[in-house]
Ligand binder design. Structure first.
Ligand code: FES
Length: 78
């Protein structure tokens, strides 16, 4: 599983205590689909059924939007 996302920011995000969840942890989005980057907003759930070896693109990087297959990973990339 993999996906292509478009990032428009060009600098770091500063996190502080206000970014902590109720459990005292800060969850950073690694799937690229969060509307609250750099924080996870649960959008990664849309990736649960992605197949290994396939590259996906979500329209407008929206987890609720259409998902297309745009390629395959080479074995060397996995
Ligand atoms: S890891 Fe990206 S929204 Fe949770």
């Amino acid at each position: 599983m993999a996906r292509e996302v478009t990032h428009e920011e060009n600098g770091p995000a500063k996190l502080d205590e206000s970014d902590m969840g109720d459990d005292g942890m800060i969850y950073v989005c690694q799937c690229g689909l969060s509307d609250s980057k750099p924080l996870c907003d649960g959008s990664h759930n849309a990736t649960a059924d992605e197949e290994d070896g396939v590259i996906y693109k979500y329209v407008n990087d929206d987890a609720d939007g259409e998902r297309r297959e745009i390629g395959e990973l080479d074995e060397a990339d996995e």
